[in-house]
Every structure is written in structure tokens, then in C-alpha cells.
Ligand binder design. Structure first.
Ligand code: G3H
Ligand code: ZN
Length: 286
């Protein structure tokens, strides 16, 4: 069933594990992510970027898609429908559409404006029990048109954002969206420790695809309670769909039946999501 994010992510922080946040793009992705959560018997965050919501036809449609798929699949584990990297307008729209949680990503604004708008979104969201994620510093690379320089989270700014009453905080600690470059230096654990000591809110690790598992687990032990993963599912999906198309291109019916063609991709998404749930040590909610 659909639930708000605050308590579940706070519970993860207390229990020293993390909740996985996975991006959806359509019906198949939604089914795969929900099936993984149900199979592992754990809570999960299913999120849409602004771009994915636009692609699918709007926040309301995405919210209804997730809500109705939960019902049709008899999903009983807690599901949090979250807006990933939303701007001010998107956060408001997702709140109105019934999302359970929103990220207001103000990394491209000057800090004063980021802080003011975060405050406004917190007031609006909390009046409906909806959780809010803010961002300090920035995530390097690009995701769905959101581009960041990758600057490290500033401790003073983190304190001010945390004081707005946000429920979780995404922090730039050397993490990057998309595929990590060969010469990547790894996560900045010193900055993560400083953040942990400075602010009590659960921290969010973005750019979860391709970070070595030991680094992810170390980050979780240092207070990360939500890990976002997107590119890895895309790569797994594309690889299996491509393989199916190649293998079956000469077979008449199988070669172009969309349901058959997408099935191996859907399975690949479910498998990667389950793998990440194991890595994050996500525990069932009692
Ligand atoms: O907001 C979503 C994520 O931070 C996903 O990043 O595509 O590098 O896994 P990723
Ligand atoms: Zn992100």
C-alpha cells in the first residue's frame, strides 16, 4: 500500500540500513519495481523524474498508475511514491497529484532562494503528511536534463536546510549521475562524516548506479538511509531487450510482439532492483 516516506526512511536510518529508490518510466518498470519489493518483502521508494512524468502524461497519471498497479498486483509491502529532482512547480504539482514524498532540488538556485523555496515546499507538503527531500551541494553528471557540477555539500548550508524541517537530505559527496568515469575518486567519506555529525536528518545517496558495493555499505553505515538507482536498471533493461530483438529478428510473431519483446527487460529490472535491496540490507517493516 502507498505510505508517506518520513517514518520509513527514519526507521532505516535508526536500523543502519537503506531504502532503495528506483525510477519508473512506464507500466513495465512500475510492475518490475513493485514485484521486487513484494518478493523481498521490504518497503521501496518508486520515483519519477520530471522528465519521466512528462513522458508518461503527467503526475496524476503516474500516481494513478502506481496506485492501481499496487492494487492489481496485490502488493502488500509499503510503497512510497516519490518525485525525483523536482523543481518548485513540479514539487507543487506532485503534492497536488497525491505523491507521498517529493524532492525539491534547488541546487541550481542561489542558496538563499533554495532555502526559501525548500521552506515553502516543506510547509505545503507537511500539511498533508508528505515527506520532503532537499539537496545540498550537487550531484555530478546528468540525469534526465538535471545537470550538476558535483560540488561537495557545504556543512553550514546543510545545517540551514535541515532546520527547515525536511525529512531527508541529498548531499553531494563526490557522487555522480549516470556511469562513473574511469578516473572517479570514490565517495568522500570525510565529508559524509562531517555531515552526519552536523545534521540529524537521514541522508540520501544519489547516483547509486556503479558505486562499488563496499562504498555503498560504508555510506549506509555513516547515515545514508535512502539510495537512488536509475541508470543500472536502464542498462540491464536495454541489454536484455536488445538481445531479445537480435535473437528473434527472423521469427515472425515473436519478433515483434511488444509484450514478448519487453518481458526480458522487465525481468532484468526486477533482478537488479532485488540485487540492490540485498546490498542495502533493507529490512521488512513490522
Ligand atoms: O535521482 C536518481 C539517481 O540519483 C540515480 O542515479 O542513474 O546514477 O543511478 P543513477
Ligand atoms: Zn539523483
Amino acid at each position: 500500500s502507498l505510505v508517506h516516506g518520513t517514518e520509513i526512511v527514519a526507521g532505516a536510518q535508526k536500523g543502519h540500513y537503506a531504502i532503495g529508490a528506483f525510477n519508473t518510466n512506464n507500466l513495465e518498470w512500475t510492475r518490475a519495481i513493485l514485484a521486487a519489493a513484494q518478493h523481498k518483502n521490504v518497503p521501496i521508494i518508486i520515483q519519477s523524474s520530471m522528465g519521466a512524468a512528462k513522458y508518461m502524461g503527467g503526475y496524476e497519471l503516474v500516481q494513478h498508475l502506481v496506485r492501481d498497479t499496487i492494487k492489481s498486483m496485490d502488493i502488500t509491502v509499503p510503497i512510497i511514491m516519490h518525485l525525483d529532482h523536482g523543481n518548485y512547480e513540479a514539487a507543487k504539482e506532485a503534492i497536488a497529484a497525491g505523491y507521498n514524498s517529493v524532492m525539491f532540488d534547488g541546487h541550481d538556485l542561489d542558496f538563499k532562494e533554495n532555502l526559501e523555496k525548500t521552506k515553502e515546499i516543506v510547509a505545503l507538503a507537511h500539511s498533508k503528511g508528505i515527506s520532503v527531500e532537499a539537496e545540498v551541494g550537487s550531484i555530478g553528471g546528468e540525469e534526465d536534463g538535471i545537470i550538476g557540477a558535483g560540488e561537495l555539500a557545504d556543512i553550514e548550508e546543510a545545517k540551514q536546510l535541515a532546520a527547515t524541517g525536511i525529512d531527508f537530505l541529498a548531499a553531494g559527496i563526490g557522487n555522480i549521475h549516470g556511469v562513473y568515469p574511469e578516473n572517479w575518486k570514490g565517495l568522500n567519506f570525510d565529508r559524509l562524516k562531517e555531515l552526519r555529525e552536523a545534521v540529524p536528518v537521514p541522508l540520501v545517496l544519489h547516483g547509486g548506479s556503479g558505486i562499488p558495493v563496499d562504498q555503498i555499505q560504508k555510506a549506509i553505515s555513516l547515515g545514508v538511509a535512502k539510495v537512488n538507482v536509475n541508470t543500472e536498471q536502464q542498462i540491464a533493461w536495454a541489454k536484455q531487450v536488445r538481445k531479445y530483438i537480435e535473437d528473434n529478428k527472423d521469427k515472425e510473431v515473436k519478433g515483434f510482439d511488444p509484450r514478448k519483446l519487453l518481458a526480458p527487460g522487465t525481468k532484468a529490472i526486477q533482478d537488479t532492483v532485488e540485487q540492490h535491496i540485498d546490498w542495502f540490507g533493507t529490512k521488512p517493516v513490522k
